[in-house]
Ligand binder design. Structure first.
Ligand code: F6P
Length: 196
């Protein structure tokens, strides 16, 4: 059966500092993850026959660096870039709460529909990843999607039938390989492999 794997990028320099958005490189821990991911993925491949995996990343450095050691063809999707935090890009959540308290409250109240000024909402992201999902459905090979927290919540929700209101708070930790396997009844089974 054709599997789909999802992974966030390895820990980035921005993750380390608690900053959102940006286009930073991997931290040392993140770099270790990029190597461990190769081993974790290879261990999940069927051993009977050689399989190729299509590796899809965003256009941001942290996903490209995370995919670097994977011995498979890669494709970059702008549609997989992380949610655009607009005027809050590069800030910590504490800084946002302090400098834009109203924005912070509005997002807490309605995280699904809240749109960052000059940026995006989860609704925007859900719409934006639609072409990627259509291609994922069409693709015949196994695919590993290396992307970002908000974007992967949207992709995961599509395959797992998560109601929209729950999407913005789905658990999507770093350094975890999520494996989706299609079941005969048309649903997906999910397994999570912590990689560290
Ligand atoms: O902190 C990492 C990150 O990918 C940010 O770049 C992004 O703004 C955020 O996660 C999305 O998660 P949430 O919607 O929970 O703030």
């Amino acid at each position: 059966v054709r599997k789909i794997w999802l992974s966030r990028h390895g820990e980035s320099e921005y993750n380390q500092k608690g900053l959102i958005g940006g286009n930073s490189s991997l931290s040392n821990r993140g770099e270790l993850y990029s190597r461990a991911l190769r081993e974790a993925l290879i261990a999940r491949l069927p051993q009977e026959e050689p399989v190729s995996v299509a590796v899809w990343t965003s256009t941001l450095k942290r996903t490209i660096e995370t995919a670097r050691f994977l011995p498979f063809p890669k494709l970059r999707w702008k549609a997989l870039d992380e949610i655009d935090a607009g005027i809050c890009d590069g800030m910590t959540y504490e800084q946002i709460a302090e400098q834009y308290p109203q924005e912070f409250e509005m997002r807490k109240k309605d995280k699904l529909r809240y749109r960052y000024p000059s940026g995006e909402s989860y609704m925007d992201v859900i719409q934006r990843v639609e072409p990627v999902i259509i291609e994922l459905e069409r693709e015949r090979e196994c695919v590993l999607v290396v992307a970002h927290q908000a974007v992967l919540r949207a992709v995961y929700a599509y395959f797992m039938n998560v109601p929209p209101e729950d999407i913005p708070r789905l658990s999507m930790p770093l350094h975890t390989l999520i494996e989706l396997t299609p079941m005969p009844d048309g649903t997906m089974s999910v397994q999570r492999f912590p990689v560290d």
